[in-house]
Design a protein around this ligand. Sequence first.
Ligand code: ACO
Length: 436
Amino acid sequence: MDSNSITITDHRTGKQYDIPVEDDNIRAKALKQIKVHPEDFGMMTYDPAFLNTASCRSAITFIDGDKGILRYRGYPIEELAEKCTFLEVAHLLLNGELPPQEDLSAWVTRVKRHTMLHETTKKFLEGFRYNAHPMGMLISTVAALSTVYPDAKHVHDPVIRSRHIVRLIAKMPTICAYCYRHQFGLPYVYPDNDLSYTANFMNMMWKMVEPKYVADPTLARVLDILFILHADHEQNCSTNTMRCIGSALADPYVSVAGAAAALSGPLHGGANEEVLKMLDEIGEKTAIPAYIERVKKGEVKLMGFGHRVYKNYDPRARIIKWAADRVFEVTGHNNRIEMALELERIALSDDYFIERKLYPNVDFYSGIIYQAMGFRPDIFTVLFAIPRVVGWLAQWQEMLLDPEQKIARPRQVYTGEGERHFVPIEERSPAQTVKA
Ligand code: ACO
């Protein structure tokens, strides 16, 4: 018997099966040989919401949720946030290594060359109502780029793939800024490629009539750090969506649109906007204990708290708290941060949160910083999507190059009716009416 295996005894049949262990895991497919009758489908694992299922092998991001560790390509997130620029980290995530200066300069120049949008895309944006949510606009506009770049469907061509990866990273800030300006009827500001990635984004968001927009360097750097923190997070809901859509060989624009749709949900990237709404609803510090009671009764969730993977603390939240102090030195005091700190203090000393290992996640403080910087709450999730595009694309590319990957297609445990036969409409009883 192989010592690197486990033995399963099926007490229904008395048979034993040796299942090889690879990387401390077993392959779900190895269970398929476990059958009662030869014609059975074979044993599956049932894992709603993928609580304990690895869907891929990945060399991009490492998380140890119990220890609060996050690393991109082996580098601790704290070191990358302190020492790198966002585009440097993007290069790392996509290519596996931090680039030497010459490669970094070439990479940054390449990204900057693609920041403009095709003019027809502006007309597409014009069609949205003035009060359209920016995430809806972003999702649709990114999907629409698929029609502008039809060659993107050649996903197995490395040159074409690389070109569209660069295009997406370069155009995301432009699309996002245009979505924002559309809401206010402001003229679109073309990219200024003299500026850094984040300073240019701020320029496209907020430039008015001044000849040259000058972003506050502290705020531009904090935004860069926030982008680094959000760039990837292994197999989260939106990344899983990206891999799933991409596994059907859909082009990267529609795949990113699908991933962004997943991100927009309030349990995922939409949480940062919800945190701000929650703080507004609570209103003042004295109302926090009553709100915590509502959370404990299950009436509401404490938005920005809890994480599927981190059960100790979210290392990104710690860096964000540090970044918040830098922002408030520039923008002045903000009473929302006081409320958030008090909420965190009370929650972390309460048994309900301690027992369930609920800690602030990346979204708890990010919205507060973004608002202090001048971003409106409905753009927060868009600010998440800009950097996360890098992670989605790195994971998508890894999936395409992985010879073990195929079109994603989970199984189900069928719980519906057995075979039955058609009943003419006049003979159906109300009980047979389908409940949608
Ligand atoms: N407030 C109150 N209770 C919570 C919270 C919360 N934010 N999160 C989890 N719980 C409770 C659950 O009700 C459950 O309690 P129970 O055991 O009494 O039923 C227990 O903690 C375990 O929670 P699950 O829902 O099983 O945890 P899961 O891993 O499925 O969910 C999630 C993780 C979705 C992040 C959840 O914690 C949540 O909804 N948080 C608020 C939304 C949020 O901040 N999302 C952003 C996540 S970070 C990101 O996506 C970028």
